[in-house]
Ligand binder design. Structure first.
Ligand SMILES: [Zn+2]
Length: 51
């Protein structure tokens, strides 16, 4: 099986995933995934505050 190195967009950690899981594994941990989801929803609910 092949492994692929990726950089977590949430915390910047480098981590390794199976090549077959590469597209699904974006974040190094579930915690990073949840944190990124929180940021996205915050940006969507309050876009006018930044203008
Ligand atoms: Zn991470």
């Amino acid at each position: 099986m092949k492994y692929v190195r990726k950089i977590c967009p949430a915390c910047g950690n480098q981590f390794v995933v199976l090549e077959s899981m590469e597209e699904k594994a974006i974040y190094c941990t579930l915690k990073c995934f949840l944190e990124s989801q929180d940021q996205i929803s915050e940006n969507k609910t309050s876009p006018s505050l930044h203008e």
